[in-house]
Design a protein around this ligand. Structure first.
Ligand code: BGC
Length: 249
């Protein structure tokens, strides 16, 4: 079965039809840049462009980079326009897509669900935490495979700062940090999360998961196992489609 998966991020809106049996993209993904400011209207236009690129007319699963409650209401907007707060995202996207059935889930939760099913978290019990390092830091917490949604661990306070402002990959780029310097910050962040949750496994996701050989060796002294995500930057798209399939039936 195929469902369209679409990942809305701080820099790009990317999507593709997803083969749910294989947990992989059925076609090459298509991406448009996230508009700035990333208002509901502008983002919805980008979503429409990506879906129309494929002439898709079936169900669409979307991710959103903020807290999503009740499967539709946006509660936070750290890296997109603040006018998202309290938006009924499902209604907005469905209307813009000519009435196609849509579902909306937090981006890190979607990536986590995909990794637990098809990637680095397969068959892993106990407490598993996936962290995505991108424009912000997203988190997905699993206990014996079950997701605790909307955990928002990227906003833990670390040395008086919002953690994602210091340890996201955007912070690395903005401050032109070396991999070693940035890894040092990620290490402090992981130590803090470990102190709170004692997970068995950390899965490192987001664009940096492809470059784990450049920084994971700098991170020492964390008791949990630390592995890169396996679906890499497609985990959000795959997880969005999985979420839609679950809601569909
Ligand atoms: C948001 C999270 C999101 C993460 C990654 C954070 O700023 O609050 O909801 O998962 O960025 O996009």
């Amino acid at each position: 079965m195929q469902i369209f998966g679409l990942d809305i991020g701080g820099s790009g809106i990317k999507g593709a039809p997803v083969d749910l049996d294989r947990g992989d993209l059925a076609q090459e993904r298509f991406k448009v840049l996230t508009p700035h400011p990333a208002t509901p209207d502008g983002v919805a236009d980008g979503v429409k462009e990506v879906v129309e690129h494929y002439g898709w007319t079936g169900p669409v699963g979307l991710t959103f980079p903020g807290v999503v409650t009740g499967g539709s209401t946006i509660r936070t907007a750290a890296n997109v326009d603040k006018s998202w707060i309290d938006t009924d995202a499902r209604a907005l996207f469905s209307a813009r897509l000519g009435g196609l059935p849509v579902t909306v889930v937090n981006d890190a939760d979607a990536a986590g669900v995909a990794e637990m099913h098809f990637g680095a978290g397969r068959d892993r019990r106990g407490t598993v935490i996936l962290l995505t390092f991108g424009t912000g830091i997203g988190s997905a917490l699993f206990v014996d495979g079950a997701l605790v949604p909307n955990t928002e661990l990227g906003h833990l306070e670390l040395h008086g700062h919002d953690a994602e402002k210091k340890a996201s990959s955007k912070a690395k780029e903005d401050e032109e940090l070396t991999w070693e310097h940035w890894a040092h910050r990620v290490h402090k962040y992981l130590a803090h999360v470990e102190m709170l949750f004692s997970p068995e496994l950390f899965i490192i996701g987001g664009g940096v998961s492809r470059k784990s050989h450049k920084f994971l060796h700098y991170i020492e002294g964390i008791k949990a196992e630390i592995v890169p995500a396996q679906l890499q930057n497609n985990a959000g798209i795959v997880g969005a489609a999985m979420h839609a399939a679950e809601k569909d039936g």
